[in-house]
Design a protein around this ligand. Structure first.
Ligand code: AMP
Length: 180
């Protein structure tokens, strides 16, 4: 039982997440959400909670970060009735892209978005599974803003608060269902 979680949903989600020590590198405690995603009731409850958080927020798009942000972002876009755009790792998107480099808990990387993914003035919610250092979400936010979009908020299932992701997102409203 995870007694540190403040509410029953957070406790249930925390109990369903598998900790994998030393993955993908020694010293990283990887939060494996595949064990949450495969539980139909918990996956639905988690998505419902994020949908409820943004139901009254005017939005045009969800920008989902590859790859575990896709199931979360896809459900959010569908349930909120807005479009879905992909923030992908280098070289995966087929058409013209813009890119942003960033650091993460275990390395350096580049994220890309199609150059026509966001129209100027569109209101965008960023979605991913885990907020760690915030590097990837901050890079996604830079991509959206480069295209003239407005980043309204960022939604995660899990936040690893000791890694300072919220601070890296510099005042952007953040929702996370489980905080460690
Ligand atoms: P960051 O850019 O540092 O916030 O890292 C967030 C991204 O890396 C997310 O897409 C996560 O899936 C992944 N990630 C980073 N650290 C972890 C971790 N300890 N456990 C699980 N996923 C992680």
């Amino acid at each position: 039982m995870d007694d540190h979680q403040p509410d029953p949903l957070a406790r249930a989600l925390a109990e369903s997440i598998r900790d994998v020590p030393d993955f993908p590198r020694r010293g990283i405690l990887f939060k494996d959400l595949t064990t949450l995603f495969k539980d139909a009731g918990l996956f639905r409850a988690a998505c419902d909670a994020l949908v409820a958080a943004y139901r009254d927020t005017p939005l045009d798009l969800v920008a989902a970060i590859e790859s575990r942000g896709f199931p979360v972002g896809g459900v959010l876009a569908y349930r909120l009735g807005v479009g879905l755009v992909a923030v992908r790792k280098l070289g995966k998107l087929p058409a013209q892209t813009i890119s942003a480099g960033y650091s993460l808990e275990y390395g350096e990387a580049v994220l890309e978005m199609h150059a026509d993914a966001v129209e100027p003035g569109q209101r965008v919610l960023i979605a991913d599974d885990v907020l760690a250092t915030g590097g990837s979400a901050a890079a996604a936010a830079r991509l959206v803003r480069e295209l003239g979009g407005e980043v309204v908020a960022a939604a995660f299932l899990v936040e690893l608060s000791q890694l300072g992701g919220r601070q890296a997102l510099a005042g952007l409203p953040v929702t996370a269902l489980v905080t460690y």
